[in-house]
Design a protein around this ligand. Structure first.
Ligand SMILES: Cc1cc2nc3c(=O)[nH]c(=O)nc-3n(C[C@H](O)[C@H](O)[C@H](O)COP(=O)(O)OP(=O)(O)OC[C@H]3O[C@@H](n4cnc5c(N)ncnc54)[C@H](O)[C@@H]3O)c2cc1C
Length: 377
């Protein structure tokens, strides 16, 4: 019996890359499977489910897919993916996204799954931080080392500006505005380079701030930043943030400056329209720890035949799980995703044997993968 991950009632989940806020009162989206985490293993899980004609939705707290590969080492090389002698983290994720494209699994980004509740009919009601709800017949947790959260600036009053003038991700239009960027890594430096580049996206002024004049970035990025500083297009301030300045116009409060303390103790205020805090991401197991799953050292215990947890219908694959001999490698997660898909199929179609078919020779799989029979090998 073919199943689908497509939206049944009217809901938000009709795009393949959506990160919108949904009305919490909307009917939940029904799906065969919900994959929590769009890291390499969560993405490959969609492929393995798809081969078994099980539709899935995918959710991730980050605003982009790829988990650790994108967040922590997008431009570094990986050498132990079978058949791929060398690829960067970003390239692996792009390849996985191409591989799962035939299954058109909706990807819900920028929202953390907060609750997973078993229902009387055996399904699960899942709700995200954006208020999106799903009713899924199986849930696969591919949450890695947890939900990545930006390291937040701990200054009184600044949280009120988050998402508007205060941004923790390098996105949004800041053309013609005064920008301050806090950070010393690739993310902060690349944003400084991007916003100083001539063109329609160019900011009026860009100031990079870190407590020391030392950075942890790729040599090419460092060289580009030094050149921009030398040319005067990028300002650098060695200091630590201690406070903010604000003003009220027409009843609305605006962030106008960042109060900083320099290494010699002097204080100054950096005027700004937009503040980017790009000081890195920290994983937090977060809500996964509250779903009643058996945990061992903050990892979910699974049965290695199906990667099902102690809760029937709830599976865990990739870095988030543990079992004797577990190795936190992408390769291991791919294997786990294949077996978990068969576990999900057994739950959704009890008593129906799932024959093993090869993608090389199965015309059914070719149809699912939208392979052009005329295209040749
Ligand atoms: C610097 C570095 C280099 C590495 N190099 C290699 C290598 O060469 N080879 C190799 O095999 N492995 C390598 N690894 C390990 C590899 O990256 C991990 O094994 C892999 O990323 C695990 O994939 P995953 O999909 O299980 O989890 P992750 O990549 O961690 O993705 C999990 C995703 O789940 C999301 N998530 C978690 N909780 C929630 C929630 N409640 N709601 C919504 N989303 C949630 C997270 O935001 C995250 O995006 C490396 C790791 C690091 C840090």
């Amino acid at each position: 019996m073919p199943m689908t991950g497509k939206t049944r009632p009217a809901s938000s989940a009709n795009s393949s890359n959506e990160s919108s806020v949904t009305c919490p009162t909307a009917a939940p989206t029904e799906t065969d499977a919900l994959v929590i985490g769009a890291g390499p293993v969560g993405l490959f899980q969609v492929f393995e489910l798809g081969l078994l004609e099980i539709g899935a939705h995918v959710v991730d707290s980050l605003p982009y897919a790829g988990g650790q590969c994108t967040a922590l080492y997008a431009d570094k090389a990986i050498y132990d993916i079978p058949g791929l002698p060398r690829c960067t983290g970003r390239e692996l994720i792009e390849r996985l996204q191409r591989q799962i494209a035939p299954f058109e699994a909706p990807l819900h980004l920028g929202q953390e799954v907060r609750t997973v509740q078993a229902q009387a009919d055996g399904r699960f009601l899942i709700e995200s931080s954006a208020g999106t709800r799903w009713l899924a017949r199986a849930v696969i947790v591919a949450g890695g080392v947890g939900s990545f959260q930006p390291r937040r600036l701990k200054i009184d009053g600044v949280a009120a500006f988050e998402g508007a003038q205060l941004r923790y991700h390098a996105d949004g239009d800041v053309a013609g505005r005064q920008v301050v960027i806090i950070g010393d890594g690739d993310g902060a430096l690349e944003q400084a380079i991007r916003l100083t580049a001539p063109g329609p996206q160019q900011a009026a002024t860009v100031t990079l701030m870190h407590r020391r004049d030392e950075f942890k970035a790729a040599p090419a990025t460092l060289a580009a930043v030094q050149a921009l500083r030398a040319s005067g297009r990028l300002h650098f301030v060695a200091a630590q943030a201690t406070g903010i300045t604000t003003s009220t116009t027409q009843g609305a409060n605006h962030l106008t400056g960042l109060v900083v303390q320099q290494p010699d103790g002097a204080r100054r205020t950096l005027a700004l329209d937009v503040l980017f805090v790009l000081t890195g991401l920290a994983p937090k197991l977060g809500p996964i720890a509250e779903w009643g799953l058996a945990l061992e050292r903050k990892q979910v215990v699974v049965d290695t035949a199906t990667f099902e947890t102690g809760t029937p219908g709830l599976f865990a694959v990739g870095d988030v799980n543990t079992y004797p001999g577990k190795k936190k490698l992408i390769l291991s997660g791919f294997h786990e995703a294949a077996l978990a898909a068969y576990g999900v199929a057994a739950r959704l179609r009890p008593g129906t044997p799932e024959p093993l078919e090869y993608t090389t020779s199965s015309t059914r799989l070719h149809r699912l993968l939208k392979v052009d029979p005329e295209a040749g090998p």
